[in-house]
Write a new protein. Structure first.
Length: 399
């Protein structure tokens, strides 16, 4: 029992009015069978109730508080003694904590008690920052693990709405209008279909039992429901995850849709890229032209480029081969003069097709001062530099 004398309680007065030759106070013993108070002082009953009260059992804690467990000791019959701040202890009946045990992957509370009785497991348990809600059982103060977990988790969810820092795994447990009912750390929440994936979901039933990374989007007080979002998670982690992408590593993805320009592919749980027709292999292009691709079909590819606005360009050409080709071009052709045909003239410069090396290069705007070029015109250029797959040129009169 977690209890402390009330600071205004005059225990000395109660003892002083307890003649040893009198029988104990029957009025008090009727309500508290274990009590042996002999005082017949008129206020004895009121004072004893104040002493035994669990409404104010400590100046530090109150019934309903959510407090952190600092130490635990397991005793017989599934009873756990939990120590909280300032050395106070309380009892937790694990037999009544089946829902909490399931969060740890243990169905039977008895097995959970056995697991918890091992010192290393108890230390692991405490290291996870377990909270308990203080409850009252007659004169004893006890604790509920599941209530403590739920209230602490809900409080954390509320904070995450405006200051998102934590992602959670949401398990889809049921379908709902336009979305899913998901379990997040034991709390049932709503995941709208429009926020459940980076792309449009074609078959909602395929998501039953699936785990989806989410962040907290909102809270609806009228229904006491949290709204979760996979898209918020993607937006939050995308910049970091993009930096981790390796353009030389083959990727495996799933086709999520097609347009007249190419195929949309989802990969790495959060990424979506476009495989343009110009980046397809001959076999893939033929299959695309004949509309033989289906949503959900697997495909292999490489990441060619990531644009400044985080758009992912996909290719079926191994970039390592391309890189070696351009490296060879840089090592052997810098300073050479080539003839080329003007493909287009843009504000940033002119694109030139160099027939001899079958590549397109750029004459930057700063190197075109006073020079006017026409599309289709044949010009002579010097190969100035090669950076990855970009060729930089300057115009010359040499032939």
């Amino acid at each position: 029992m977690l209890q402390e004398n009330h600071e205004d309680f005059n225990w000395d007065l109660l003892k002083a009015t307890c003649p040893s030759n009198k029988k104990y106070n029957k009025e008090i013993s009727k309500e508290f069978p274990d009590a042996r108070v002999y005082s017949h002082y008129p206020g004895a009953m009121e004072m004893y109730k104040m002493y035994m009260s669990t409404e104010i059992y400590s100046k530090d804690f109150n019934t309903g508080d959510i407090v952190l467990i600092e130490k635990i000791d397991v005793v017989n019959d599934g009873i756990v003694h939990a120590e909280i701040a300032n050395g106070y202890t309380l009892e937790i009946d694990i037999n009544k904590e089946k829902r909490f045990c399931k969060l740890w992957g243990i169905e039977d509370p008895k097995n959970f008690t056995t697991w918890l009785s091992i010192s290393n497991n108890a230390e692991q348990f405490i290291s996870n920052k377990i909270y308990v809600k203080l409850t009252r059982d007659k004169s004893a103060v006890k604790g509920s693990l599941i209530q403590g977990h739920e209230e602490k988790t809900k409080n954390d969810f509320i904070k995450q709405i405006t200051k998102p820092t934590v992602a959670y795994n949401a398990t889809v447990v049921n379908l709902n209008r336009g979305g899913f009912i998901v379990d997040v750390l034991g709390i049932h929440a709503f995941l709208p279909g429009g926020l459940a994936a980076a792309n449009k979901i074609s078959n909602f039933e395929d998501y039953l039992g699936k785990e989806i990374p989410v962040m907290v989007e909102d809270y609806l007080p009228e229904t006491k429901t949290f709204i979760m979002s996979n898209k918020k998670y993607v937006k939050h982690v995308l910049p970091q995850r993009i930096e981790e992408l390796d353009i030389f590593e083959k990727q495996f993805g799933t086709i999520t849709g097609t347009t007249k320009y190419g195929i949309f592919i989802e990969f790495g749980e959060i990424f979506t890229g476009l495989l343009h027709t110009s980046k397809m292999s001959p076999d893939t292009f033929s299959k695309f032209k004949n509309r033989l691709f289906e949503v959900g079909e697997d495909i292999e590819f490489w990441v060619k480029e990531i644009t400044k606005d985080n758009r992912i360009i996909i290719t079926e050409e191994d970039p390592s081969i391309k890189l070696l080709e351009y490296k060879k071009l840089k090592d052997t052709c810098l300073g050479n003069v080539y003839s080329g045909r003007v493909l287009t003239v843009k504000p940033f410069g002119a694109l030139i097709k160099i027939g001899e090396v079958d590549k397109v290069g750029l004459i930057p705007r700063r190197k075109l001062k006073g020079i006017r070029l026409e599309v289709g015109e044949i010009v002579y250029v010097i190969l100035d530099d090669v950076k990855k797959e970009k060729i930089y040129l300057s115009i010359t009169d040499e032939k």
